[in-house]
Ligand binder design. Structure first.
Ligand SMILES: CC(C)(COP(=O)(O)OP(=O)(O)OC[C@H]1O[C@@H](n2cnc3c(N)ncnc32)[C@H](O)[C@@H]1OP(=O)(O)O)[C@@H](O)C(=O)NCCC(=O)NCCS
Length: 189
């Protein structure tokens, strides 16, 4: 493992490095990966580098690389964004950019690690996220982690020639702790 920050069963989360930029650039320009993301513009290296520099200086964002334990393969990124230290909440974002690693439970494991960090280490009260209604894989993944549907922003996302709803999902610290005490539910590592 290289510079692990949070360690799970099959993967670990580590700080994102400047040398990771080419990999992130490949993901963020891949239409199959961005199909379910807000990102729609072509991203060049300069823009990606600026994004990276903005991230690590930003006290309200924490972004980590998701790497596989055996091979150190960098398969995606996960972050807590817009951390609000007064309301004690943050928005979760995740991308598994390596498409051949989808549906292997890695997204769920990375989310589980990040939730533990957010609630136990940062003392957050609520972690929320926004997901488009056509992203069934992500919705399943978030429900498995314990997120509940809190609301719908109707027809707020335009993609593939039509509008889609954005679903707001949230998880409270107390709910997460309750899931931790029940083996098999929302406890993925
Ligand atoms: C969404 C994402 C993070 C999920 O990560 P992952 O590692 O593929 O997810 P997991 O394997 O942990 O869980 C996926 C679940 O969805 C299920 N699933 C897959 N396709 C599905 C579909 N079309 N409908 C319903 N469920 C589906 C899987 O079977 C699995 O559930 P299970 O464990 O009960 O079998 C990842 O696919 C990704 O980064 N996608 C592109 C970017 C993106 O959409 N990010 C999220 C933006 S909100």
């Amino acid at each position: 493992m290289r510079n692990p920050f949070l360690i799970g069963e099959r993967l670990y989360l580590r700080p994102l490095e400047e040398s990771d930029i080419p990999t992130c650039l490949r993901w963020i320009n891949d239409p199959e990966v961005t199909r379910t993301l807000a990102s729609y513009r072509p991203i060049n290296e300069l823009r990606e580098r600026e994004w990276f520099q903005g991230q690590y200086k930003n006290e309200h964002n924490i972004i980590l690389a998701i790497a596989l334990k055996g091979s150190d393969k960098h398969i995606g990124n996960i972050g807590l964004h817009g951390i609000d230290w007064k309301e004690r909440q943050a928005e979760l974002g995740i991308i598994i950019g390596e498409k051949d690693e989808w549906d292997k439970g890695y997204g769920s494991e990375a989310i589980s690690l990040m939730l533990g960090y957010g609630f136990d280490r940062l003392g957050l009260h609520r972690i929320y996220l926004r997901v488009y209604e056509n992203n069934l894989r992500a919705i399943r993944c978030y429900e498995k982690a314990g997120f509940r549907r809190e609301g719908v922003m109707r027809e707020s996302h335009f993609s593939e020639g039509r509008y889609w709803d954005t679903i707001l999902m949230g998880l409270l610290e107390g709910e997460w702790r309750e899931l931790q005490s029940k083996p098999g539910e929302g406890k993925l590592v």
